[in-house]
Design a protein around this ligand. Sequence first.
Ligand SMILES: Cc1cc2nc3c(=O)[nH]c(=O)nc-3n(C[C@H](O)[C@H](O)[C@H](O)COP(=O)(O)OP(=O)(O)OC[C@H]3O[C@@H](n4cnc5c(N)ncnc54)[C@H](O)[C@@H]3O)c2cc1C
Length: 459
Amino acid sequence: MSNRFDAVVIGTGQSGPSLAARLSGAGMRVAIVERKRFGGTCVNTGCVPTKALVASAYAAQLARRAAEYGVRIPGEVGVDMKRVKQRKDAISERSSRDLEAWLRGLANCRVIEGHARFEAPQRVSVNGEQLTAERIFINVGARALVAPMPGLEQIGYLTNSSMMDVDFLPEHLVIVGGSYIGLEFGQMYRRFGSRVTIVEKGARLIAREDEDVTQGVLEILRNEGVEVELGAECMSVEKRDARIAVRLDCAGGAREVVGSHLLLAVGRVPNTGDLGLDKAGVEVDARGYIKVDDELRTGVPGIWALGDCNGRGAFTHTSYNDYEIVADNLLNGDRRSVRDRITAYGLFIDPPLGRAGMTDEEVRRSGRKALVGKRPMARVGRAIEKGETQGFMKICVDADTRQILGAAILGVGGDEAVHSLLDAMYAKAPYTTVQRAVHIHPTVSELLPTLLGELRPLA
Ligand SMILES: Cc1cc2nc3c(=O)[nH]c(=O)nc-3n(C[C@H](O)[C@H](O)[C@H](O)COP(=O)(O)OP(=O)(O)OC[C@H]3O[C@@H](n4cnc5c(N)ncnc54)[C@H](O)[C@@H]3O)c2cc1C
């Protein structure tokens, strides 16, 4: 193939490959470029491996609780970290390999391994080769943010990427950052057998959630012995013998945590600094995210940005939805827009949090008149039967339109159960549609209609 294409896709994250397949399937000559591992963050260092590790951690925890279920496991439950890693690697590697094979098998699509860099609005270079195309799609993702912290350059630290190589049990893992990634790693390593301390600079964990949600999450973690230090506004680190000391405030070192390993989980930064965007005239915001409109077009005609690098989402499903929006608009003449997307995500601690739509706090700020229903998982039959009664479910609805505004299900099966509410939100159905639906017994979802019959004004 020559180096003139109808479309060039940079990155094989969660939108690039599907887009390449759809465009090449429509008869376009496509090149897709990947500089590292096929599948990007989700497949190699994000969702897939962490959820595989969460599953191992769940097995360990359930084994420890076996006696509660009348199951005898003689001796102490042990975790073989090498086997845990092997299992995780096998799942990730297969996913990456399958994706690569699929891409290489696509007709009209050339797969190029290397770092792509813009040379002009319609031209990128890879390994010295110039690729030109009227359409260029950027799906370069993000990486762990290493925020400046006094002392950091003198010590070794881990990120979500280097955690993937860990095949031993850290004696005491200190995690800086009390948000989604930090909490998932925190609980899983506690369950593997490490002492774990999560250090968060804010006054509470995952501050974007409602207070009752963060409190519920905090209780779940503390019940398992995860230590949590909040309000660490001014952190610094230093090497102390073979250990790492994290000071939590600047006021004379009164509070500190000394651990064996340090994991930084303080946020993500887009991979846009080494793309030559200036040569194409593509603008980024102050944090490096590529500026796009609601149809994910950059300011330069013929260049789109999809996935985490556009700052409009930070999840696999949002990146995939970006692909759907761009492909349908280009190939079907649709006018799909990122504005039609409803916020939804999971926090995959155990039990998980499934979230959809607005938080109660956002509803209050919007000034809407709203109703809310809330039920502890201790009053959900399925949770009782499974012996997993931590957490609660709550739903918020608009008192005037009767549409569901938001939901949080922190509890067993919450990541799945939230979808029936999410779908009702997409359908713009009144909450009474779900209230009158007959759900399967015994499930967590079964209680959603009941909960919608118990609504009270949002305080
Ligand atoms: C620990 C962790 C856990 C997560 N868990 C979840 C979860 O449970 N659920 C969820 O929805 N999301 C989760 N996420 C987020 C999710 O992984 C991302 O939102 C998702 O991968 C979307 O990424 P993307 O499509 O933007 O690009 P990415 O997956 O980041 O891929 C971008 C690709 O582009 C390549 N690339 C970059 N620059 C260039 C270049 N110049 N030339 C060529 N190639 C380039 C990269 O090598 C990479 O392969 C998690 C993230 C982390 C870090």
